[in-house]
Design a protein around this ligand. Structure first.
Ligand SMILES: [Zn+2]
Length: 285
């Protein structure tokens, strides 16, 4: 642990963390020295950014190439009415700056691609996938598996959400990892993206506004625990939330030996091998 010391203002700001044995000043220092890349400043990214900033995660990267639309405001709570038309990364950065001056924000107003993913992810402790499309989700999974970067996954559909965590530590002896000491990646659970147009997006089907709030907060909880190195992560477990039934169900998920990116004989050795836009197909060559 570094010799970073909490000053009086920080001891006050984070006092409800610091007084707990599970966090304490050492845990708070881990958060202040931690870094998270949040991909997407929308429904999932908004609450994640808010709580990670409030918790004092010292460096937050935010990736998004969209501008705020009025129809976003029903759920994307990091943006306000006056932000309509502004880049989402700017609006989110302003929110964080007003909330907690301890947090350095790095904004990336860009769409994540196979060409830029390594540069964007490099240097962050953990990636929080708050994206809203399959191309980004598979691209992040594949890059994070190949680079050994921890990844928090969250997804929403109408009244339902799911969350899991991939530490992507293939040699982990961690007791929280599934029994054989290994854990799946996103492709192990969902090998292929659906055909374009077969799964409607929020704009087509609607989404309960508070739903991404719950799911994004669960992702932020996992990331905070990861940085604290405390608690049981959702590794090898998929949490499914149904807002209408108000039910949470956790199912064990296993590594797939035939997985094209983390299996025994992987086809994907580089994100350049995959055509992410469109069907996320693995190219023939
Ligand atoms: Zn896999």
């Amino acid at each position: 642990m570094s010799d970073l010391r909490l000053d009086a203002t920080q001891l006050d700001r984070y006092s409800r963390h610091v007084i707990m044995d599970e966090i304490g000043p050492e845990g708070q220092k881990r958060l202040l020295e931690g870094s998270v890349l949040v991909v997407g400043a929308g429904g999932l990214g908004s609450p994640a950014i808010q709580y990670l900033a409030a918790a004092g995660v010292g460096r937050l990267g935010i990736v998004d190439d969209d501008a705020v639309e009025r129809s976003n405001l029903q759920r994307q709570i990091v943006h306000a009415d006056g932000d309509v038309g502004r880049p989402k990364v700017e609006s989110a950065a302003d929110y964080v700056a007003a909330l907690n001056p301890d947090v350095d924000v790095e904004t990336h107003e860009i769409r994540l691609t196979a060409e830029n993913v390594a540069d964007l992810v490099d240097g962050y402790d953990v990636v929080l996938d708050a994206s809203d499309n399959f191309a980004t989700r598979y691209l992040l999974n594949d890059h994070c598996v190949l680079s050994g970067t921890p990844l928090s996954h969250g997804a929403i559909y109408r009244f339902e959400g799911q969350v899991t965590t991939f530490t992507n530590d293939r040699n982990s002896d961690d007791a929280t990892v599934a029994d054989d000491g290994d854990a799946p990646c996103y492709r192990c659970i969902f090998p292929e993206a659906p055909e374009p147009g077969t799964v409607p997006d929020c704009a087509t089907t609607g989404v309960l506004g508070v739903l991404p709030g719950t799911v994004g907060c669960l992702q932020a909880t996992e990331v905070v625990k990861y940085l604290l190195e405390n608690g049981d992560l959702l590794e090898g477990r998929l949490l499914m939330y149904d807002a209408m039934e108000m039910s949470f169900e956790t199912v064990d998920v296993r590594p797939n030996p035939a997985c094209p990116v983390c299996g025994d004989d992987p086809e994907i050795e580089s994100v350049e091998d995959v055509a992410y836009e469109g069907t996320c197909e693995i190219s023939a060559d």
